[in-house]
Design a protein around this ligand. Structure first.
Ligand code: ADP
Length: 663
């Protein structure tokens, strides 16, 4: 078993250590005197010849109390309670004997008393020692319970302080020659070493209670003034009694010479002592209160200075932000909820040509080149949302139209309410012009390429059909290659035109009733032979599907692309088409057991010109535009397309198209 000093003890104070040392010393003192009685070593029983002896029971009580104090310091609660209770019973039984003039037979129980100096009742402990022992036992019992609150430590501490006072009064009595201070009435007096023992015991108890009450805080317990006042008051009462009774009318022998005391002296001592007790208590309380006040003042001082530092830092940040906004090359404009311009930075001056003074307080619509659909933006701002990359056409001071990209964010007050909007405007006129030029270029070039290509394909077919004369096998083969490449070129041009339409948001989708079943069967018919010629299994499973509304040729393009990809990127194994009615529409799944896609590749799958680096991909032709177009077409149908794939195991594309509401 490992023993630790009281765990609730404040680790910085050595109170538990001192209490343990006191307990051990008192137990040793008691043990020595018991040994003295048993071995007739009078020097151990009487400090000096002629001095009162420490009675055997007192010595026994010290052994018990000393051990109990040691146990309390080691936080052994049960032994503390047992030994403390035993000591209290011993002391109390002796008091009962004194009060009721009886003999319970406990005085001479162990040894026959043979030192009779100043002794009225041979073998019986002095009445003040009995009081001390009872209080010590009670205090130790108190220490052994786990107190509910810090103030509950007061009771053991209070009893301990009375025990100290009893011992101190007796010692003072010996030193000052006032026998009434160590001997009450004509009864047995308290010996010198008993007095000392009680001071040690009381000190140890007060120390432990103090330590436990203090806990982890550095403040002294709140009951210290009461404790000091009680201790001083007890000493005062003892001294008052001693002075009032005068020299002991001797039973046995009177030990010290009589002390001349005037009749006023006890009363003066009592008044002065009680006054001192009150003063000590009061001054300690005042000191405690002022210390607490000083601590709380220091704490609020610290909090105040931290607050002001935080405010300074916040102000500095606000200044920095204001400077950044002011000098930003982007136009930054703050408006109130009704659209009134509040602030206008240098960037805005440069972009629009108005100075801050010219626009402040005017409505933001003075910048709009055409009436804008601002309602939806306004609602989103009111909800606290951010509106990003909103493209608009604005007007400068000179009436020039500029394309701008706007980021509008809500401005909130301290309570989090939206009170306005801040808009960052970036000039994208140049970018827009470039985009337009690119669109026009791609459109023109593609059209210009398509016309000669149609002619090339027509003439190849003419020659291949033998219309202009018979062909050799080699000529037929070469014409086949030329025809396939003309087809590839044609589909590349088509893809480029489609992507151009998508980019410029000009992709148009027809809205006609479509039966997906026959459409998918046509796709299957077209690609079955291609799959089988590669040695792949080709599975088609189509449930009965309700009609949808959409663009048949465009959807044919989507599913053809997905199935042709599945065949192209599956060297061995199988591919398939499944279709069924799902919760949110018609679900079409194109699956294969091909090369698959890594998570990285899946993330880039629907971006323009993406093609995986796999050998199977690079060896087969393709533009990397098919899936971009497929996605745009599906989304134009309010549908969705998603991919699930494991590299090396296969891929599954899932297209969901909404069912026509008329169905
Ligand atoms: P491509 O003309 O290259 O097939 P797509 O846009 O249709 O262009 O496909 C882009 C890329 O996505 C392909 O090059 C290929 O790397 C990958 N991919 C598409 N479908 C599959 C599939 N079923 N299995 C594995 N990879 C695929």
């Amino acid at each position: 078993m490992t023993l630790t000093l009281r765990p609730q003890a404040n680790p910085q104070s050595g109170a538990a250590l001192v209490a343990a040392a006191s307990g051990a010393s008192v137990a040793a003192l008691g043990g020595l005197v018991v040994a003295g009685w048993l071995t007739v070593a009078v020097a151990l029983i009487q400090v000096l010849p002629g001095f009162p002896p420490m009675q055997y029971n007192t010595a026994l009580g010290f052994m018990i109390c000393g051990a109990a104090l040691l146990a309390a310091a080691l936080d052994l609660r049960r032994p503390t309670a047992l030994l403390g209770g035993l000591a209290m019973m011993m002391g109390f039984a002796t008091l009962v004997q004194y009060v009721f003039h009886t003999d319970l037979g406990i005085d001479d129980l162990m040894v026959e008393t043979y030192v009779l100096t100043g002794v009225s009742n041979p073998g019986r402990m002095a009445p003040n020692s009995a009081v001390g022992l009872t209080l010590t036992g009670a205090a130790l019992l108190g220490l052994s319970c786990r107190p509910a609150s810090r103030s509950r430590h007061l009771y053991p501490a209070l009893l301990g302080s009375i025990v100290i006072a009893l011992g101190t009064a007796a010692l003072v009595g010996y030193a000052a020659g006032v026998p009434g201070a160590y001997g009450w009435g004509h009864f047995n007096p308290m010996s010198v070493h008993t007095a000392l023992g009680f001071i040690l015991l009381g000190g140890g108890i007060v120390g432990l209670a103090w330590n436990a009450a203090q806990g982890q805080s550095s403040e002294a317990p709140p009951w210290v003034p009461t404790l000091a006042a009680v201790a001083v008051g007890t000493v005062t009462l003892c001294m008052w009694y001693a002075l009032a009774v005068g020299p002991r009318a001797g039973v046995g022998r009177t030990i010290l010479p009589k002390t001349p005391t005037g009749p006023a002296l006890p009363n003066i001592t009592l008044a002065a002592g009680l006054l001192s007790a009150l003063l000590v208590g009061w001054s300690l309380r005042v000191e405690q209160t002022s210390r607490r006040r000083a601590i709380s003042l220091a704490a609020s001082n610290l909090a105040l200075s931290q607050q002001s530092q935080a405010r300074e830092r916040a102000e500095e940040r606000v200044h920095q932000l204001a400077a950044i906004v002011e000098h930003s090359s982007d136009a930054i404009i703050a408006t109130s909820l009704d659209g009134t311009i509040l602030t206008w930075n240098h960037g805005a001056e440069r972009l629009y040509g108005y100075t801050q003074a010219e626009v402040q307080g005017r409505h933001v619509s003075l910048l709009h080149a055409r009436k804008q659909a601002g309602d939806e933006v306004f609602e989103r701002i009111l909800r606290g949302d951010l509106v990003e990359q909103l493209e608009a056409v604005n007007l400068t001071r000179e009436g020039r139209k500029i394309d701008v990209s706007l980021t509008v964010s809500p401005m909130l007050d301290r309570a989090g309410r939206v009170i306005g909007a801040s808009t960052i405007a970036r000039d994208i006129t140049e970018r827009k012009q470039l985009e337009q030029m690119k669109d026009d270029f791609v459109g023109t070039v593609s059209h210009e390429l398509r016309t000669p290509l149609t002619a090339i394909k027509g003439f190849i077919e003419l020659v291949a059909d033998g219309d202009v004369g018979p062909l050799t096998e080699a000529q037929r083969e070469f014409l086949g290659i030329a025809a396939r490449n003309a087809d590839r070129l044609g589909s590349l041009i088509n893809d480029l035109l489609d992507v151009n339409q998508i980019d410029s948001q000009r992709l148009e989708i027809r809205a006609e009733p479509i039966d997906l079943g026959p459409l998918l069967e046509e796709v299957a018919k077209t690609f079955r032979s291609m799959a089988e010629s590669k040695g792949l299994g080709f599975h088609v499973h189509l449930e009965h599907l309700p009609p949808i509304v959409g663009d048949g040729p465009r959807l044919l393009q989507v599913f053809s692309n997905l199935v042709s990809n599945a065949i192209k990127y599956t060297p061995t194994g199988e591919v398939g088409i499944r279709a069924r009615v799902a919760q949110n529409g018609v679900e079409v799944i194109i699956h294969d057991s091909g090369i698959g896609l890594s998570p990285d590749e899946q993330a880039q799958l629907f971006t323009k010109f993406f093609r995986a680096r796999h050998k199977v991909v690079t060896q087969s032709g393709g533009t990397g535009l098919g899936l971009v177009i497929a996605k745009a077409i599906v989304e134009k149908h309010n549908g969705s397309i998603e991919v699930a794939s494991i590299a090396g195991e296969g891929t599954r594309f899932r297209v969901v198209l909404p069912i026509s509401s008329a169905a």
